[in-house]
Design a protein around this ligand. Structure first.
Ligand code: SF4
Length: 127
């Protein structure tokens, strides 16, 4: 459960518009919701074990690095939902490795208000 600033919804709190089956304001949902894409639902290569409620990590395509106020360009963010220990699970390790190998977008690991850039690393030319 991610932070949605437009709704004053902190991370970790269920959205008041969640009906239990769908978004109760889907046609009018905030831009942050429109722009957010869960990669487990979109990428067939990701195993069932990586479903966010099973793995504790949600991978998403986001519009800027974690915590940035402005959009800075697309990146992949793997966010631990209930604790950093979820990053140690094999399915999360494999997924981070896959996104880093693919290499077309920056990859961030995030938990709470902390974020670590996984890719590109410091040895990439032009950084
Ligand atoms: S999509 Fe709807 S239910 Fe989900 S966080 Fe946005 S407003 Fe809330």
């Amino acid at each position: 459960m991610l932070e949605i600033a437009a709704l004053d919804k902190p991370a970790g709190i269920l959205c008041r518009h969640n009906t239990g089956q769908a978004c109760g304001i889907y046609p009018e949902r905030p831009e942050a919701c429109i722009q957010w894409h869960c990669l487990w639902r979109r990428i067939g290569a990701l195993p069932d074990a990586l479903r966010p409620d099973r793995s504790g990590v949600v991978f998403a395509l986001e519009r800027g690095r974690p915590g940035a106020d402005a959009t800075e360009g697309a990146c992949i963010v793997g966010r631990a939902l209930d604790g950093e220990q979820a990053f140690a699970r094999w399915e999360a390790v494999e997924a981070f490795a896959m996104f880093v190998r693919e290499g077309s977008l920056p990859v961030w690991k995030a938990y709470d208000r902390h974020a670590t850039l996984m890719h590109p690393g410091p040895d990439v030319p032009g950084r």
